[in-house]
Design a protein around this ligand. Structure first.
Ligand code: IPM
Ligand code: MG
Length: 360
């Protein structure tokens, strides 16, 4: 049956990098028997400009109908002074919440061809392959009550609420353990159980879930220590599972271990294989429109989409092989450029991936 893909280019470099991923998907449709239909919609600042809201009703409807969503990036300095509910980031939070995309998978993989790009010593990061499983629809990002109010002393105070139910913890725990079963069978659950009650409950539920996966080794780590261990000895980790805000912070840290945030895809899934796929990097407004952005994270996000939402793991592998082949050819966008390599534009990189796909 034909699957429906909603394409949301968004802001900054979003449209340019999404174009290249769509180019790749078009070739898979034309030549590799991929049965999808693609629609395009608005999100973020682009949606605010066109429709007055970062997550318009029309986008919500299309998103709910879609099997998968491919998103570029949202945000830009021209939107910084908008009131909070109209900011581009709210578009992203809105779509995560509307679709119940509670499981955010953020791999941090160091491509051997790019080992020199990391700011860490090669021996510390060589062979790095971590999967961060971040809870995405709960905790302090969405918890009520929240706001800014005047307190009894007549002073303004801001407040947010960190909140997790057992079922929310359990379902993200299961995602992490299932993922670990397909990898090195290690889960490190990151929390702040020495201070926070939400973390105390988190730890207890993770222990309970672990009983269903006797082959997987579960460890716990406080988030401050995890931040340190990620730069000290990152290869100790296989799957890391953590709550929304800790995951936001640790996944940026982990991505930089690879030195090439332009290479890292992500998937956000709900309980019915519906998913939103986006590069881990942001909208990079400073380089938008110059044809120098790296489209590989978005192309690799399309690969994750094929694997998790479209039932075509074979094509996902094909894309991943093509990316590796193109790196072997020495082609680099500016962000990963090194002496002796060939610098190519955003669209030339997309063309090279297409050529590599066709070559096998
Ligand atoms: C991310 C981003 C978002 C987040 C922002 C843009 C709302 O940093 O996807 O990690 O905090 O979740
Ligand atoms: Mg973030």
């Amino acid at each position: 049956m034909t699957k429906r893909v909603l394409v949301l280019p968004g802001d900054g470099i979003g449209p340019e990098i999404v174009d290249e991923a769509v180019k790749v998907l078009d070739v898979l449709v034309g030549e590799f028997d991929l049965d999808i239909e693609m629609d395009e919609g608005l999100i973020g600042g682009a949606a605010y400009d066109a429709a007055g809201h970062p997550f318009p009703e029309s986008t919500r409807e299309m998103a709910l109908e879609a099997d998968a969503i491919l998103l570029g990036a949202v945000g830009g300095p021209q939107y910084d002074n908008l009131e909070r509910p109209l900011r581009p980031e709210r578009g992203l939070l809105g779509i995560r919440s509307a679709l119940g995309l509670f499981a955010n998978l953020r791999p941090a993989i160091l491509y051997p061809q790019l080992a020199a790009a990391s700011t860490l010593k090669p021996e510390v990061v060589a062979g790095l392959d971590i999967l961060i499983v971040r809870e995405l629809t709960g905790s302090i990002y969405f918890g009520q009550p929240r706001g800014i109010q005047v307190n009894d002393q007549g002073e303004r105070e801001g407040f947010n609420t960190m909140r997790y139910s057992e079922s929310e913890i359990e379902r993200i725990g299961r995602v992490a353990f299932e993922a670990a079963m397909k990898r090195n069978k290690k889960v490190c659950s990151v929390d702040k159980a020495n201070v926070l009650e939400t973390s105390e409950l988190w730890r207890e539920v993770m222990e309970r879930v672990a009983k269903d996966y006797p082959e997987v080794e579960l460890s716990h780590m406080y988030v401050d220590n995890a931040a340190m261990q990620l730069v000290r000895a990152p290869k100790q980790f296989d799957v890391m599972v953590t709550e929304n805000m800790f995951g936001d912070i640790l996944s940026d840290e982990a991505s930089m271990l690879t030195g090439s945030i332009g290479m890292l895809p992500s998937a956000s899934l709900n309980g019915s294989n519906q998913g939103l796929y986006e590069p881990s990097h942001g909208s990079a407004p400073d380089i938008a429109g110059q044809g120098i952005a790296n489209p590989l994270a978005t192309i690799l996000s399309a690969a994750m989409m094929l694997r998790y939402s479209l039932g075509r793991a074979d094509l996902a592998e094909r894309i991943e092989r093509a990316v590796s082949a193109v790196l072997d050819q020495g082609l680099r966008t500016r962000d990963i450029m090194e002496p002796g390599m060939t610098e190519v534009s955003t669209s030339a990189m997309g063309d090279a991936i297409v050529a590599a796909l066709r070559a096998g």
